[in-house]
Design a protein. Structure first.
Length: 349
């Protein structure tokens, strides 16, 4: 039995709770939230017996083996470090932290603690991504030379997920004072992992432009100053010299939550898509290079991040992606942000 503590009770926490509860041998034993009302409602919905107003209270109780950290970005570091010190396994939402120094400290602490540590880069669950990565590692497209990747959302232009202007669970994401790193930290980390994981290489260089657009009179709504970046474009050089572009935006009208990757090698090309929650992989391989004929590639299902976390705790699989990967991506995000500031384009228009 794996006894699990859920830290944070927002919308994403509900996804975690449902996914873990569906795994045989996992018991949700506690929830943590300083707000009594949401905590009580969350625990009632998911059949959780114990509620705590703080992580300190939960640690003093100690009746859990692992924790899933579903707090806002800025809370990841201060809530994860005590869990590691207590020897608890941790799945942390992305980004791992809001800066490279904190993310690195978390990775080092996790390694010292010797516990299972994973960061929720949830698109590792996409079958097309895993199949594409396997094909690249098998040499099917030869040496990677060029790629294009994008993460497209549109919740700033329509209310399909709720009205961001009035719903705090969205509004905080456009305010740096409330812990947001903007689209770069929120979904940019996903598409950077999406691209570099399939390519099988880390980024050696990055240049980035960030843009924050006016969205309300005076650039604020109540206590929320709307200064987090809304769109990001990056140029990436991989370790082998391959060149690519990465884009992320919340203004992609017509796309609710879509990821795309086109990856080209000297012996073939791959197109990975996850659009409207449908995974798709297309390939152009020898002997079709001269005719540029593409074909669909079958992609078998893969375990979810939640299943892999539990399997790693049980010694039945690797803890991947781990905190070290999250820290490496955070270093890339920091470099991208610094690049935008140097270019003078990290400001509102």
């Amino acid at each position: 039995m794996v006894r699990l503590l859920v830290i944070g009770t927002g919308g994403m926490a509900a996804n975690h709770a449902r996914a873990f509860a569906a795994i045989p041998g996992v018991e949700l034993v506690g929830g943590v939230d300083p707000r009594p009302g949401p905590l009580a409602a969350f625990n009632a919905e998911h059949g959780i017996a114990h509620g705590f107003a703080s992580l300190d209270e939960a640690l003093a109780w100690g009746g859990f083996d692992a924790a899933t950290n579903v707090t806002p970005d800025a809370a990841h570091y201060p809530t994860t470090m005590p869990l590691l010190a207590a020897g608890k396994h941790v799945l942390c939402e992305k980004p791992l932290a809001t800066n490279a120094a904190d993310a690195g400290a978390m990775a080092e602490a996790a390694a010292r603690a010797g516990v299972v540590n994973m960061v929720n880069l949830s698109y590792r669950d996409v079958p097309a991504l895993q199949k594409a990565a396997a094909m690249v590692r098998a040499g099917d497209i030869g040496t990677v030379r060029h790629f294009e990747a994008s993460y497209l959302q549109s919740w700033l232009t329509q209310p399909s997920w709720g009205d961001w202007r009035t719903d705090p669970k969205w509004l905080w994401r456009v305010s740096t004072a409330h812990g947001s790193k903007g689209v770069l930290g929120d979904v940019g980390i996903h598409i950077l992992d999406f691209a570099t994981y399939v390519a099988g290489q880390d980024a050696a260089q990055v240049s980035c432009l960030l843009k924050t657009f006016d969205k309300a009179p005076g650039g604020r709504i109540g206590d929320y100053v709307l200064d987090a970046n809304d769109s990001a474009t990056m140029q990436i050089v991989l370790e082998n010299g391959a060149l690519g572009t990465v884009a992320a935006t919340r203004f992609a009208t017509g796309h609710l939550n879509d990821l795309r990757l086109r990856l080209y090698g000297d012996r073939g090309g791959l197109e990975v898509g996850f659009e409207n929650r449908v995974s798709r992989l297309r390939a152009c391989l020898s002997p079709d290079l001269e005719t540029a004929a593409w074909h669909e590639v079958e992609c078998p299902p893969v375990p979810t991040i939640y299943q892999r976390f539990v399997a790693a705790i049980r010694g039945e699989g690797a803890a991947d992606p781990d905190f070290a990967r999250g820290a490496a991506l955070q270093r890339l995000l920091d470099r991208a942000e610094e690049s935008s500031v140097e270019a003078g384009l990290g400001l509102a228009v």
